[in-house]
Design a protein around this ligand. Structure first.
Ligand code: HGY
Ligand code: MN
Ligand code: MN
Length: 398
């Protein structure tokens, strides 16, 4: 089944009829449908499919002669952000399966195992920790540390995993015999468009984090309460969002408040409580710490003026990642591809941080837009990406 045929099968799964965006949330019936799709596509290629305790999957192409040589792993994720695009994640999974087809068409015989992987909850959109599946597999976090995280409906992670028919106390995917990992991903920006190139190689991932700001004030009547008598958490939040934007602009970094919860969320009442999530990303770890510290300090200053209270909780922090430069250079040489940085987090960053030689291939996104239904990649560029991945696997698995 060709890349286009696999893509046609996958595209409708979880797409909203209204927005055209995706809500592929982990440990739901929709993810079960995606996992089944992956297993079927892998089995159709004679790959051995393994699903671990929390739903991470890997499909193995074993060499005909048993070997002790470390395996090559390639893949990405199938979960999405709320109303995300079609390509962020799935492009890497479908391209990995299509690259296996290309290698077979070329008559390639691997001398070491080639695994196609799908890590769960890469976006952290349900339980708030980015790359949850790969963090558990690499030991970057532990099941005990995360099992009682709650989603927006108050469902605990361990209950969600069990309800999905998995046994979270079982074994996690093992990477002990994996020597390197390559993730192909749609570019989440315009660098390749501006360079007029179909494929790029990642040099680094900016450090980034997600911080929950809890603002507490005093609920009151929107009409009868004089402005000077209010303790309005929405005001403190609003000034914090403006401060974050200003600070990020001043130091040429990134800060976003994209998610907000207001209690009681009434039209004619001053709220009692506002929760807002800051996504901050910087070119280095020290700048990230400085930016978050500055925003937090200014938010506390504003809270003291508004008579509101503030607590800030770091929910997900990913340190800077520099990919193996020799590996990046060897991939770039395969197609004279540019080597570019990204501000988006990936499972590849988690595996790199765990000491596995890791690289990323990016495929041109003509809109440059991501985490939106407008995210896009042309089929012709996707097919160039598949060939680049096949060339990479040939180099790594020979
Ligand atoms: O949020 C990110 O950077 C990635 O898309 N998970
Ligand atoms: Mn993403
Ligand atoms: Mn992604």
């Amino acid at each position: 089944m060709t890349f286009e045929a696999m893509w046609r099968d996958l595209v409708p799964v979880g797409r909203s009829a209204t927005s055209g965006g995706y809500r592929r949330s982990p440990w739901t019936s929709l993810e079960a449908e995606l996992r089944a799709w992956f297993a079927e596509a892998a089995l159709a290629r004679g790959l051995e499919v393994e699903t671990d305790a929390i739903g991470n999957q890997v499909a193995w192409w074993r060499p005909t002669t048993p070997t002790e040589l470390p395996a090559v792993l390639t893949g990405s994720h199938l979960d999405s952000v709320h109303d995300g695009g079609a390509f962020d994640g799935p492009l890497g999974v479908v391209s990995a399966l299509a690259a296996v087809d290309v290698l077979r068409d070329r008559g390639f015989e691997p001398t070491r195992g080639i695994g196609v992987s799908v890590f769960t909850e890469e976006e952290g959109s349900r339980f708030g920790l980015a790359c949850l599946g790969s963090r558990l597999v690499t030991g970057a976090t532990t099941w005990e540390a995360v099992r009682r995280r709650q989603d927006r409906d108050g469902i605990y992670l361990d209950d969600a995993v069990s309800a999905a028919g998995l046994d979270p106390t079982g074994d996690l995917m093992s990477l002990s015999d994996v020597g390197c990992f390559v993730e192909l991903h749609v570019e989440q920006g315009r660098d390749l468009v501006d360079r007029d190139v179909a494929v790029g190689v990642a040099s680094e991932i900016w450090p980034h984090g997600r911080y929950r700001f809890d603002f507490t004030g005093e609920a009151n009547h929107a009409g009868t309460t004089r402005m000077e008598d209010r303790r309005d958490p929405m005001l403190t939040y609003a000034m914090t969002a403006l401060a974050a934007n200003k600070q990020a602009r001043l130091c040429d970094q990134r800060a976003t408040f994209g998610r907000l919860e207001v209690t009681p969320n009434g039209t004619n009442a001053v709220p009692s409580h506002v929760t807002a999530w800051l996504d901050a990303r910087c070119s280095d770890d020290a700048s990230l710490a400085d930016l978050v510290e500055t925003i937090t300090r200014q938010s506390h200053d504003r809270a003291s003026r508004d008579g509101t209270a503030l607590t800030v909780t770091a929910e997900s922090v990913s340190s800077s990642v520099t990919f193996d430069p020799d590996l990046a250079r060897s991939l770039a040489a395969l197609g004279d591809w540019p080597v570019i940085a990204t501000q988006a987090g990936h499972d590849a960053g988690i595996l790199s941080a765990a000491g596995i030689a890791t690289a990323m291939l990016f495929v041109r996104n003509p809109t440059g837009v991501s985490h939106s239904p407008d995210e896009h990649a042309e089929t012709v560029d996707c097919l160039v990406g598949v060939e680049a991945l096949a060339d990479t696997l040939t180099m790594l698995a020979s």
